[in-house]
Design a protein. Structure first.
Length: 236
């Protein structure tokens, strides 16, 4: 329940930070999928620029782009064809759903921060921050174009700093034993899949502000043969 509220608040925040662009309604990436693919970026923070060409051959050039987690990318998109094209970032699921809506409403115009729609010869930009490791898809959702294969993917390589923090939930706190039971996601640095497990804590003061049921992000290492939480923060 707490988590649901938290996610709702986060979603509201994301919508707030991208207002002015989606007054007419929400499209893919503008609402619940935004945090799955990243967040609108600030041009001044762009760590790199990627040029993408859109052609009447129904292709993006390049169609595969590698970035690092945390990167804010300024996409400079050029439509070198004679048809209208667009580049929309999203999960495959969100793109497909959006495409169905586009097919039913061919004249529909949209202007969310995760997309740019361009007439022949035009150049436009998307500034996007990739906050999660994994794959972020993109596609042209103009009727027929997506089906013709006008799609691509951004591969977001996890950064070491971000990968250190693992998501978890507190199941039990043992202050006397300086122990913490956590249901956690995969711990890459320890080569361990997600499970519920007892950890030592490096500093017992870590336990002062935590409660059973808290969602947390944490870092763990093997110290003296024991799995030990070296850093932890509640996600509220
Ligand atoms: Cu197109």
């Amino acid at each position: 329940m707490k988590n649901t509220l938290c996610n709702t608040a986060l979603a509201a925040l994301l919508v707030l930070t991208s207002t002015g662009t989606s007054a007419g309604g929400n499209h893919a990436g503008g609402h619940d999928h935004a945090d799955a693919i990243g967040a609108p970026g600030i041009a001044a923070n762009a760590t790199r620029t990627v040029n993408v060409e859109m052609t009447d051959a129904m292709r993006f050039n390049p169609s595969g782009i590698d970035v690092k987690q945390g990167d804010t990318v300024r996409f400079v998109v050029t439509n070198s064809g004679k048809l209208k094209h667009e580049l929309v970032l999203g999960t495959e699921e969100a793109l497909k759903a959006h495409y169905e809506v586009m097919k039913k409403n061919p004249g529909m115009e949209h202007a969310d921060p995760n997309m740019v729609t361009l007439a022949a010869g035009q150049t436009g930009e998307i500034v996007w921050q990739f906050t999660k490791a994994g794959k972020v898809n993109f596609a042209c959702l103009q009727p027929g174009h997506y089906e013709a294969g006008m799609k691509g993917a951004v591969n977001v390589e996890g950064s070491a700093a971000a990968a250190e923090l693992t998501e978890g939930e507190i199941r039990k706190i043992d202050k006397d034993g300086k122990k913490l039971t956590l249901k956690h996601g995969p711990l890459k640095n320890l080569d361990m899949p997600g499970m519920t497990m007892v950890f030592q804590v490096k500093d017992e003061a870590m336990l002062d502000t935590l409660q059973v049921g808290d969602k947390v992000r944490f870092e763990a290492e093997k110290i003296g043969g024991k799995f030990t939480v070296t850093r932890i923060e509640a996600v509220r």
